[in-house]
Design a protein around this ligand. Structure first.
Ligand code: PGA
Length: 254
């Protein structure tokens, strides 16, 4: 049986009414016979985690944050702590999304500190990694991925490391409409699985693909042996397309 995580990253979109409506639409549209191997997680803006979590309470839909602090609490204006996320019903958090790395200059070290902290809590970290177009074109893809993984995995112990979900998101594929081909994605996922194998038994590590996933390309990506799910941005803002991708995973898991 194959397992999949289908995750929707709403980024800085929606307002309260739309966030609640979207949560409701996903809840209503999700198949009653969702395969036990399929997990569904939505990542609303942090101010909407609470209402969204309330809407989906008791369903198979889980909720997460798009980012969090590496500090537990204190004088860090504007930051969101893991306890805050948990206390409003969040169970996951993205860490190191490329928009955090590129726009907000989060270094590998900062990302590692966040993962390290999150692993001391009940939240599941979704560690995002991926190369830029320039890095791919100059043949640095594998080095960049190695550095991003080393930064994190050298800082944490083996047991907790097994709880990390990885999202491979080539920066050039995010929001561009140009997804990695199934061959490119599988190659990168296989590389990541093997490389993480230097630290832990990565056979069952969940590695999600992100970057212009749509209802049309989801099946060929999810069919790849090392792709365990999808982190979906734009296409997760419409319940219809997000539900269609969940249905694809449901079919393939069964
Ligand atoms: P996209 O975004 O699906 O809109 O390309 C993916 C992501 O940034 O997680």
């Amino acid at each position: 049986m194959r397992q999949y995580v289908i995750a929707g990253n709403w980024k800085m979109n929606t307002v309260l009414s739309r966030a609640e409506e979207l949560a409701q639409e996903i809840k209503q549209g999700i198949s009653q016979s969702l395969h036990s191997g399929v997990s569904v997680v939505v990542f609303p803006p942090s101010v909407f985690i609470h209402p969204v979590a309330q809407h989906v309470q008791g369903t198979r839909i889980k909720v997460g944050a798009q980012n969090c602090s590496n500090e537990p609490y204190g004088a860090f204006t504007g930051e969101i702590s893991t306890d805050m996320i948990t206390s409003v019903g969040g169970e996951y958090t993205l860490i190191g999304h490329s928009e955090r790395r590129v726009i907000y200059k989060e270094s590998n070290e900062v990302v590692a500190a966040k993962v390290k902290h999150v692993l001391t809590t009940s939240l599941t970290p979704v560690l995002c990694i991926g190369e830029t177009l320039q890095e791919r074109q100059s043949g640095q893809t594998w080095t960049v991925l190695q550095q991003q993984l080393d930064a994190v995995y050298t800082q944490i112990d083996k047991t907790s490391a097994e709880n990390i979900i990885i999202a491979y998101e080539p920066v050039w594929a995010i929001g561009t409409g140009v997804a990695a081909t199934k061959v490119e994605a599988q190659e990168a996922h296989n590389f990541i699985r093997k490389y993480v194998g230097n630290y832990i038994d990565s056979t069952n590590t969940m590695i999600l693909y992100g970057g212009s996933v749509t209802a049309d390309n989801a099946d060929q990506l999810l069919l790849q042996p090392d792709i365990n799910g999808a982190l979906i941005g734009g296409a997760s803002l419409k319940a219809e397309t997000f539900l269609s991708i969940i249905a694809t995973a449901n079919k393939l898991a069964g």
